[in-house]
Design a protein around this ligand. Structure first.
Ligand code: SF4
Ligand code: SF4
Length: 226
């Protein structure tokens, strides 16, 4: 019941945000930067889990995939880590004269479409490819390519609230690791310090022992986290 409630609230918050974007022809996205910065400082990349329309589209793709395929595919951990760090290097593209790739950024393309701004066929295709990929793997764009997501994640590097694990009740079943759409290893940490966490609370909902919670950062767990 609890599980379904959080998921439903997250879908609702993202649909409402999407409606606001359409109603304001995209202006809201440009006027809430300060709000998003504060949100990131407090709780990290919550925008990605609770508001982003392209995150919503990929999660819908993921729900379809779970129903049709009954399983999710993942890159081997070492490749995952490589590509997740690779995402943070994409900031350098404009300085390399490759800013043109932003025309094909599906997160921007979707925002443009919602704001009634022209989107090229190529950008449409990239958007569709990532939605199709999300049927097989969790949030392929968020995990490995989203520049806005990586910027928000970096703003949340010192975030005050984090997912925490109670070692005393955890049975190390690994269910949290398997459900995390951002491929974070949770089951061997006292606290999730990864800046990739989007606060979707999927791990918290699925934990059979209710060992996970969302609470104030513990400084000592920044350095000794097992
Ligand atoms: S799902 Fe809960 S019990 Fe299982 S490993 Fe994660 S924290 Fe521990
Ligand atoms: S650690 Fe938990 S809250 Fe964070 S992204 Fe993974 S499943 Fe979501």
């Amino acid at each position: 019941m609890f599980k379904k409630k959080i998921k439903a609230i997250r879908y609702l918050s993202r649909i409402l945000f999407l409606v606001v974007i359409v109603a304001t022809a995209g202006l809201v996205q440009f006027h809430i930067s300060l709000g998003l910065l504060i949100l990131a400082i407090v709780s990290g990349a919550s925008f990605c889990g609770w508001l982003c329309p392209f995150g919503l589209l990929q999660d819908i793709g993921g729900e379809i995939g779970k129903k049709l395929l009954k399983k999710r595919y993942r890159l081997p951990v070492k490749y995952q880590k490589f590509f997740q760090y690779f995402r943070y290097s994409l900031f350098t593209l404009p300085s390399l004269g490759l800013g043109i790739v932003f025309i094909y950024d599906p997160q921007i393309s979707l925002l443009s479409l919602l704001s009634n701004i022209y989107v090229s066929i190529g950008a449409w295709m990239v958007l569709i490819i990532f939605v199709i990929l999300s049927i097989f793997i969790d949030r392929p764009f968020c995990n490995y390519f989203c520049i806005e997501g990586s910027l928000i994640s970096l703003q949340g590097i010192l975030r005050i609230f984090r997912i925490k694990r109670d070692k005393n009740t955890c049975i190390s079943c690994g269910a949290c690791d398997r459900v995390c759409p951002m491929n974070i290893e949770i089951s061997n940490k006292k606290q999730v310090n990864s800046i990739n966490c989007i606060n979707c609370f999927e791990c918290l909902e699925l934990c059979p022992k209710k060992s996970l919670s969302f609470g104030l950062l513990k400084l000592k767990n920044l350095f000794s986290n097992k």
